[in-house]
Design a protein around this ligand. Structure first.
Ligand code: BGC
Length: 858
């Protein structure tokens, strides 16, 4: 009965209001011509004008976590949030609820449903860090397309991806969800994902806007930052993606910026994103982010997510506060209408609005192939002495060490994980490839992996520590449990005898080192080595190897090298980690990162040489943690410190919102400042400017072949003549000079003159990846750098400016340009590329003193 009423109403409304939608016969035609933007605006306004205030108020706040929404026509299990719909017999309004689904490594729906024997697994694509390491925007766009198609087939309206914060510090827990330490790569990769996914008819959400670069006290951390660093480093990737891909949505972040929650900042939500960049979508809050929903709605967060009671019941439902603000006139119809029009302009395009009858049967096989290719191109070869790799399946028996070869992690934990049906472990991948693996070791490690069902904890700090337990979580090899928890393993402490047996019976050692990382916490510098009872066997965590892992590398390396056999290390990690202290002991290092469900196959294809590695680091591997520009002994730069006299806009400021005592008593509530004292000198910008050595530079990655970059040249320069509309065009010819077919990435680093503004020594301004080049093959690459991409932000004049003078361009294969001969070009007079709005993103005086006293300057 209800169903038939719904469909009749939907016919009436959709025919009247949803242009471009010929769903009167409820077909699945998604090839309708896109609705022109003006029509969407007019339609959205027509809809709002028919809404009553209750309907409006329910549109600007979600229905609550784990609940259903108004007019959810086709529920999908795993939907993490909604925008309420409207269903009203009197007015005839019938707007479906919008289903929001997590990412970014895939479509995070629930794999099983009550009373339903079918499964709904999703493809776990490689983590964003791996995608960025491909330096292949076409391939990343294909990942976006595959994920978009999967979301479309699974009934998703808007995907909560991509995540594009800057990887500022190697211990940040969510770095795996983010692309890079560099804003150009982040922006280009973000645009590729958005364009790919949205081409399939679902929306995307770029998140977490902005300066959310750590997880410690994430809801209350206050980023204290200069306007220049904010603009040049942290906002710039978002800006690029908005300008090149128009995501349907953005998500405001948990943290504050200079004392005010991002979502409550009109300058961030409205002035910068919409007025300056031309963002045309809507903004949702992160889940339970912010302190004052009314302020957020007025500042430009269009919808508060997920609505309902604050998580864990620590405050009242925010709906009544919004209702009261409306009744008192603090929140006006004009406020609501503006937000709702922005929301509906996107909602009108969703599959739910189009009545798309989704199949729930995506082509997982085709998507697995895309996930594999992306993993293969994103895995980075850091070291390969003695041509240790590749190995021949015909002649090499592998001694595979490390519990991570079984508990191979495809992605990190939290909302960024994906429920894939099967994860191919490194062990499985090597066997499938046809390698013989040492069977005695295989038995030992599969036994350790099987300990995950034993009683007790594997965490030294826990009371019930069980030294015989090496892995926990997961349900079978590599599989997640329903909470998205993968098996996580400690390292097994082998006996000397086990190692010497392995040397006798194998030709080469491959040691897998694994690190878990997740949303909600930053990572440890060192693993806890012993508990108070003297138990030892540390968790596999920390930036540095723990004693068991180091001992494994020590003993395996000396035993194998004594017999002139090579040792290869595979890093299955979410972040950069220490390599400097042990890299001389091994022959080859492969960074697999968290490469998605096809992990083992991708690693094995590189190990065998079926695939020639072409990934390049999109983040620096530092020489030491203390060499990172955001390192501070007192934690004031990362992950932040408590300070009595600097109260952010936390719950103390809004007592009327009735945060209960538990929140106020909780450490995680205010005064938690993070001074971005590294300013614009993040990652390689720091290392190259201040001559700080690294273990492996940004942009670096080896191949089984060699390449030359010949005839670098400036082929055109219209900057002086055309000013802000001008550009510089550079070219180079990449030639494969070695013995394997392969791909190379050419990277353009610019060293700009310093007339008034201090600048990093070099900055990445363009890059391109070749096609697969045969031996002796070559390809000419062209790079167009528009004035806007060359510009720096001048906080005195509020302008983006290209300063006059001589510019050096290094076309290089990494950010180490020491041996690269630059080509130069001139800009005859200053070019103002754009004016920004005065008095936005200001650093208030109460924070300025503290930040300036710590600020890194040239
Ligand atoms: C995360 C977001 C995520 C949301 C919904 C938040 O905790 O920060 O990235 O999309 O939850 O799961």
């Amino acid at each position: 009965m209800l169903n038939s009423k719904l469909s009749v109403l939907s016919l009436v409304i959709s025919a009247a209001l949803i242009a471009g939608c010929n769903d009167s016969d409820n077909d699945n035609d998604t090839n309708n011509p896109p609705t022109p933007p003006n029509d969407l605006e007019a339609q959205a306004q027509a809809l709002v004008s028919q809404m009553n205030s209750d309907e409006k108020l329910h549109l600007v706040i979600g229905p609550g976590f784990g609940t259903t929404a108004t007019n959810d026509r086709a529920p999908v299990s795993g939907t993490v949030g909604f925008i309420n719909g409207v269903l009203n017999d009197e007015s005839g309004l019938d707007i479906p609820a919008t289903k929001l689904m997590d990412g970014p490594a895939g479509i995070r729906i629930n794999p099983t449903r009550e009373g339903d024997a079918n499964t709904y697994y999703a493809t776990n694509f490689p983590s964003a860090t791996v995608l960025a390491s491909t330096w292949n925007t076409d391939l990343v766009e294909q990942v976006g397309e595959a994920a978009g198609e999967e979301g479309h087939d699974y009934g998703v309206d808007i995907w909560l991806a991509p995540a594009m914060n800057i990887q500022r510090h190697p211990l940040a827990g969510r770095n795996f969800e983010y692309f890079s330490e560099d804003p150009l790569i982040s922006g280009m990769m973000g645009a590729a994902i958005v364009n790919g996914a949205q081409s399939q008819g679902i929306g995307t959400t770029i998140k977490h806007y902005v300066a959310n670069n750590s997880e410690t006290n994430r809801r209350t951390a206050n980023t204290v930052i200069t306007p220049r660093a904010l603009r040049e480093i942290y906002l710039r990737g978002f800006q690029y993606t908005v300008e090149h891909a128009q995501p349907w949505a953005m998500m405001s972040s948990y943290n504050s910026v200079n004392g005010t929650n991002t979502g409550e900042r009109f300058d961030l939500m409205t002035t910068v994103a919409r007025d300056e960049w031309g963002f045309d979508g809507f903004i949702m809050s992160d889940w339970w982010a912010g302190w004052n929903p009314v302020e957020m709605l007025k500042a430009g967060v269009d919808v508060i997510e997920p609505g309902g009671q604050w998580r864990f019941g620590h405050s009242d439902d925010w709906f009544p506060y919004i209702e009261a603000a409306y009744a008192s006139g603090e929140l006006t119809d004009a406020d609501l209408d503006r937000n709702i029009v922005r929301i509906l302009k996107q909602v009108l395009k969703t599959p739910s609005s189009q009545n798309y009858a989704f199949s729930s049967n995506p082509d997982l096989t085709a998507h697995a192939a895309v996930a594999l290719q992306a993993a293969e191109e994103g895995i980075v070869l850091l070291k390969n002495d003695n041509n240790a790799l590749p190995l021949s399946t015909a002649t090499h028996t592998i001694a595979a060490f490390g519990t991570g070869q079984y508990g191979t992690l495809p992605v990190g934990g939290g909302s960024g994980s994906v429920n894939a049906e099967n994860i191919i472990s490194i062990n499985q991948g090597l066997k499938d490839e046809g390698f013989a693996v040492n069977s005695a070791l295989d038995e030992v490690y599969s036994g350790a992996y099987a300990t995950r069902s034993l009683e007790g904890s594997m965490d030294l700090s826990a009371n019930d520590f069980n030294p015989a337990k090496y892995c926990e979580g997961g349900t079978s090899a590599g599989e997640t449990n329903l909470g998205g928890l993968f098996a996580v393993c400690r390292e097994l402490d082998l006996t000397d005898e086990q190692i010497s047996d392995a040397v006798e019976n194998s030709d080469v050692a491959i040691i897998t080192i694994t690190r878990n990382t997740a949303e909600g916490a930053d990572n440890e510098e060192h693993a806890l080595e012993t508990d108070s009872d003297g138990n030892s066997n540390p968790m596999s965590e920390g930036y540095y190897l723990n004693s068991v892992e180091q001992s494994l590398i020590d003993r395996v390396s000396s035993a194998f090298h004594a017999q002139s056999k090579n040792v290869v290390v595979v890093l299955n990690v979410g972040n950069s980690m220490d390599t400097a202290q042990w890299r001389d002991q091994v022959d080859a290092i492969l960074v697999a990162y968290l490469p998605g469900q096809e992990a083992g196959t991708a690693v094995a294809n590189i190990v065998s040489g079926a695939v020639n590695p072409s990934g390049k680091l999109a983040q620096t591997f530092p020489l030491d943690l203390e060499n990172v520009s955001s390192y501070s002994e007192d934690g004031s730069s990362f992950p932040g410190i408590y300070e009595e006299n600097y109260i952010n806009g936390g719950p103390d400021d809004v007592p009327e919102l009735n945060y209960d005592d538990q929140v106020l008593a909780n450490d995680d509530h205010r005064d938690f400042n993070q001074y971005f004292s590294d300013d614009i000198y993040v990652g390689y910008r720091y290392n190259t400017t201040f001559d700080v050595d690294v273990a492996y530079p940004f942009g670096y990655g080896l191949s089984y072949t060699t390449f030359s970059l010949d005839n670098p040249a400036v082929s055109a320069n219209t900057l002086s003549d055309e000013g802000r509309d001008g550009s510089v065009i550079l070219t180079t010819t990449v030639r494969n000079t070695g013995g394997f077919a392969g791909k190379e990435v050419a990277q353009v680093y610019i060293s700009a003159p310093e007339a008034r503004l201090a600048k990093p020594q070099i900055e990445l301004k363009a890059f391109a990846k070749t096609d697969q080049l045969a031996v002796n093959g070559q390809q000419r690459l062209t790079f167009t750098i528009p004035a806007a991409d060359l510009a720096s932000f001048d906080p005195q004049t509020n302008q983006w400016i290209v300063e006059q003078g001589q510019y050096q361009a290094y076309i290089s294969t990494s950010s180490d340009v020491t041996d690269v001969q630059p080509v130069s070009f001139a800009v005859n007079q200053d070019i103002v590329v754009s004016d920004t709005t005065p008095d936005t993103l200001q650093l208030q005086p109460e924070y300025a003193g503290e930040l300036n006293s710590r600020l890194l300057t040239k």
